[in-house]
Write a protein that binds this ligand. Sequence first.
Ligand code: SAH
Length: 393
Amino acid sequence: MIVRLKNNIKTRILNGHPWIYDNEIDSVENAINSGDIVDVFHGGNFIGKGYFNKNSLIRVRIISKKNTEINYDFFYNKIKAAYAHRQILFPGETTFRVIFGEGDGLPGLIVDKFEDYLVIQINTLGIYNFKTTIVQALINIFKPKGIFEKDDEKSSKKEVFEFTEGWIYGSGPEIIPFSMNGIKFFSDTMGQKTGFFLDQRINARENMAYVNNLNVLDAFSYTGNFGIHALKGGAKKVTFIDYSERALSVLEETIHANGFEKERYEIINANTFDYLRLLDDAGTLFDFTIIDPPSLAKSRDSKSNAFRGYKELNLRAMKITKNGGFLSTSSCTQIIYEEDFKKIIYDSAENTKRKPTLIFRGFQSPDHPIAMNIFETEYLKHMLFRIDSLENY
Ligand code: SAH
């Protein structure tokens, strides 16, 4: 079944970008249904195999540049190659993201490996149609004790396929224990996204180097990834804030699993925006402030709102950070580019009369590969600053 592209398409498609929008298509064979595998042609040239969905503005997502059958072997080989890549990147580690959608040439599929368990997320109808095949390949490659499917409800509605949340192979605990960077963690099958944010693993580890004996604030902590790294790194005390009670209860389990003493942590169930203001009003200062807010923008339309939200947070975070202290700040929104993020820091510093000095700049860990020809695969920005007073300049 054939989809033909218009003559004047953008070079991005020829350069391997897998998304083909409705307005880039010249003709679609009549018999094609949503979810079908199609051959994409430009003029007389074969561009790739993809899957079609008339319910999505991205009408076709290319999954192979080769004219090959999309079957068990295809998925087996792609997953195996992605796994081999992780084994090179994280020698000795047993937990990582194995498949990061477009970044691994499999748009619509996310697979996280937490030691003996897999958590998968299906985001498109095209991938949903191959679920049985993909799960079989995963079983054969990883021999997992269990596979948990944790779909994104919005995507399942938009793409029109059955939303699933539960064990689809074997079984396992509600919170899956695993270790990373030598620390015990849990991935929450009832939690957010795939249960744990593996993408911050390198940034959180980098932060550890500077926290010894410091008072640390971990705002938007979720289950405590950053703050637990800080406790492990010798922080005197970590204050965690999140508005999700569920996340904070998994955080407590994590603290107990690692045996940190009671005096070294405080857990606050609050709205971070409000709580940062309270801290500022009370004149409370931290040596090391971490903010890792959720994505404040989902689409380009909300970019200016997101910009304002990040600005407010970074400004408040700077205010409650001691001179000579640190600010660890992240943005996981693809819509906010690195230049925007720098501007947010610049503006916040100007407003608070502070002088941030960059110590470390990070991004999503390489088990979430950034494909340079698919700029949307890059989303996480992380910066660690030393914060000083402008007067000390
Ligand atoms: N730092 C975490 C990930 C944070 S995800 C890690 O590395 O694992 C964002 C978190 O912010 C979620 O846990 C969510 O519950 C929380 N959150 C979102 N908006 C919030 C708000 N206004 N106040 C407090 N917590 C919030």
